[in-house]
Design a protein around this ligand. Structure first.
Ligand SMILES: Nc1ncnc2c1ncn2[C@@H]1O[C@H](COP(=O)(O)OP(=O)(O)O)[C@@H](O)[C@H]1O
Ligand SMILES: [Mg+2]
Length: 417
């Protein structure tokens, strides 16, 4: 059945009226089981013919969002200047801007990120609409907040809250800087897992489809938020076990069954989550063409090591220089291994992933490498006895050895370094 546009618009509007009001952001923020009381009734495919600003702003999609003109966005980004450029993905370039409190009624002064469609690129109106469709309705502490959009002639832009630490990709893989500590990696993994669990556990599940480090953004205190809903899909409905789609996503992250069949389920996201977890554990990229043969693909390289707890030290990021929780790393390796199961059935759901990661929070960045005996001095007599990692048996005092040079750390013989 095809619906005429006018009829569709009124249907969408009445659906919105009938739906419950979304809960205040803070209320829903940390819950993962049945966290989403706002019932989405229409699907993305129902709205795909909304093409003008009028269509969108008069439907429920626009109700949470500000409509910007191209001139306004040009002004706040200094004419989309290179100095304001902060990132780029398949949709197009992203610029930092600043809105003052006079620009739009009800919009407070704040920095924003403006994503502009690359008119020569492969993405277009559908991906732009998907972001508005999902992020216009879904609000959660671990999803980036969409503030508004612009649709003028062929221009399509999106305006988000600005995430000061950029993407996990830039934080995890940047060279010549202090590596992300273990506890921060665990905090990021938990935040991102909560974002995915929220999507999967709603009344109408959403499959993110492009879960990867460049789509996880970080705020100043490393709270992770999922961004980039351009490829997101409504999950299967009723008796259906999967949705069948064109195979899209990112090499190195996509689940094997999705690549083989085009069948998409929430378990495809769980596989991609496993890849990101592996990247956090190892500090290595999911795909790296500078590596040779099978080693180019992180999952292929890591699989045999994940199965053997004695090989853990070969997996863990040498840049951590031993500063991690050994038992935490073992659990992360086991969890990643489950998420990366070749078949979807044995993979855990995201609510279980959240539970496991919750138990791994708050570990200090414990030194797990070689220990050196240091004779106690007077000052040490007051040191907290509970700090098991600092104390050997029999009351002797063990201290971290001064940091090892990278070249002498286990793993440095691997082709990544
Ligand atoms: N809200 C934001 N705050 C800060 N940086 C952002 C923001 N949104 C995007 N970016 C940067 O731009 C990059 C591309 O953004 P993304 O939304 O993934 O675009 P695409 O849809 O083109 O992949 C991100 O990896 C990040 O570095
Ligand atoms: Mg992206």
């Amino acid at each position: 059945m095809t619906l005429k546009k006018g009829k569709l618009k009124s249907l969408i509007f009445s659906c919105f009226k009938a739906a419950e009001t979304p809960p205040p952001e803070n209320d829903s923020s940390e819950k993962v089981s049945r966290p989403f009381s706002f019932r989405r009734i229409v699907s993305l495919s129902d709205v795909s013919d909304l093409s003008s600003v009028d269509d969108i702003s008069s439907s429920f999609l626009g109700s949470n969002l500000h409509v910007f003109t191209y001139a306004e966005l040009s002004l706040i980004t200094h004419n989309f200047s290179w100095n304001n450029f902060i990132g780029q993905g398949g949709f197009g370039p992203v610029y930092k801007g600043f809105v003052d409190d006079k620009l739009k009624p009800g919009l407070k002064a704040q920095p924003v990120a403006v994503k502009a469609l690359d008119l020569d690129g492969l993405q277009g109106h559908q991906e732009w609409l998907a972001e508005i469709f999902f992020l216009g309705q879904l609000r959660h502490r671990h999803l980036v907040k969409l503030i508004g959009y612009c649709c003028e002639e062929e221009n399509r832009l999106l305006v988000y809250e600005y995430m000061a630490r950029g993407s996990l990709e830039s934080q995890l893989f940047r060279k010549y800087s202090v590596p992300l500590p273990w506890s921060t990696r665990m905090k990021i993994a938990l935040g991102a897992a909560k974002g995915l669990a929220f999507l999967h556990e709603g009344d109408k599940p959403v499959i993110f489809r492009d879960f990867k480090t460049s789509n996880i953004l970080l705020d100043p205190d490393y709270t992770a938020k999922l961004s980039d809903f351009g490829l997101a899909k409504d999950g299967p409905e009723g008796e259906d076990t999967h949705v069948t789609t064109r195979i899209m996503g990112t090499q190195g992250y996509a689940a094997p069954e999705y690549i083989m069949t085009g069948h998409l389920t929430t378990m495809s996201d769980v596989y991609s989550f496993g890849v990101v977890l592996l990247e956090l554990l190892t500090g290595k990229r999911s795909m790296d063409s500078s590596r040779s043969g099978r080693v180019q693909c992180l999952v292929e390289w890591a699989r045999p090591l994940l199965k053997d707890p004695r090989k853990l030290c070969k997996l863990v990021d040498p840049k951590l220089e031993g500063q991690y929780s050994m038992s935490g790393a073992q659990k992360v390796a086991a969890l990643a291994s489950q998420c990366l199961s070749h078949y979807p059935k044995p993979r855990p759901n995201m609510v279980d992933v959240v539970k496991t990661l919750e138990s791994l929070q708050g570990f200090d960045d414990v030194f797990s490498g070689p220990l050196v005996y240091i004779a106690p001095d007077e000052k040490d007599s007051g040191v907290d006895n509970k700090k098991e990692n600092r104390r050997g048996r029999g009351g002797r005092c063990w201290r971290h050895r001064s940091k090892l040079p990278l070249s002498s750390v286990a793993n440095s013989d691997y082709p990544w370094y």
